[in-house]
Design a protein around this ligand. Sequence first.
Ligand code: COA
Length: 328
Amino acid sequence: MRAIITGLGHYSPEEKLTNKDLEKLVDTNDEWIRVRTGIAERSILDKAKGTSYMALRAARMIFEQSAVSPEEIELIILATITPDMPVPSAASVIQKELGAHRCWGFDLNGGCTGFVYALATASQFIETGRYKNALVIGADKMSCIINYEDRNTCVIFGDGAGAVLLEQSTESDRGIIDFDLHLDGIGIEYLNVLGGGSLHPATMDTVQQKMHYVYQDGKTVFKYAVKGMCSVSEEVLKRNGLSGKDLNYLIPHQANLRIIDAVAKKLRLTPEQVIINIEKYGNTTAATIPLAMSEAHQQHKFKKDDWVLLSAFGAGFTWGSVLLKWAI
Ligand code: COA
């Protein structure tokens, strides 16, 4: 039994925050941002809306085209670091709004690797025969935890969502073929949001100290990200008897164009083999991979039997890869 992707959807808010807009907020410039990150603009969600709004839009795009209806969904996993509220999960909001009456589900915090973690997790429920399908979503409203006075972070992140429908298939040679996942708490000090949890509950003091915003030591994260994404990608390819030249597409987490280029170079990939959309969206955290995958699918990039490798790195540190043989 294999888990195969049978439907894809994505959503990006219409409001754009361009590099020129950021020049008015912090001491930065369009050229620096483009050269150092590859980003030109990002989408920003309406202040009054939560992450579930984007996740729902991405999910509904799937159901508009799928033979499976929300009532038939058995499991919802939402990868996010920005749920609508601490309790209950944003997966609850999605279940209610979709009318997915037969499912259970939860939010998963794997930082920027969240979608890769979620896809691997859902695949196991399907491969064991326990469930016939699962809705796997990556969505983040990063604009709600970004300090728009901090040029180290505000130029990088944006809001967005992507989703896939996973279904059971008896064809053994297509679908999710393998994955490799990692976690190392060495990353806690380099990339975090310290306020608002049980250790530092929200108080006037935590807010004044801006502890509810993302802190990042960009240089250190950059180095670990390149190392982690390269090693996990090579490991998954190697143990499946593949190398970079066998890959049809790499869909990397979109954190920085220079990180993507370094991974592509290590795997000896041509530009045509790498899906990149960071210029338009920035880093949408758990959403980057499903958003890029859904967009590329919409552009008819993938063919049946294509080898597709997903690779991500994020807060924790977390990192991981999923190897897919395209099934639709
Ligand atoms: N605009 C203009 N200058 C900026 C700037 C900005 N937005 N941000 C930093 N700078 C300045 C720095 O102050 C520094 O100046 P100095 O040399 O006078 O001290 C210089 O640019 C270089 O800064 P540095 O931090 O070394 O830049 P960098 O090349 O490492 O790029 C990041 C910074 C954040 C873009 C990069 O480190 C990165 O992408 N890191 C990983 C991000 C990531 O993957 N995060 C998500 C987890 S997956």
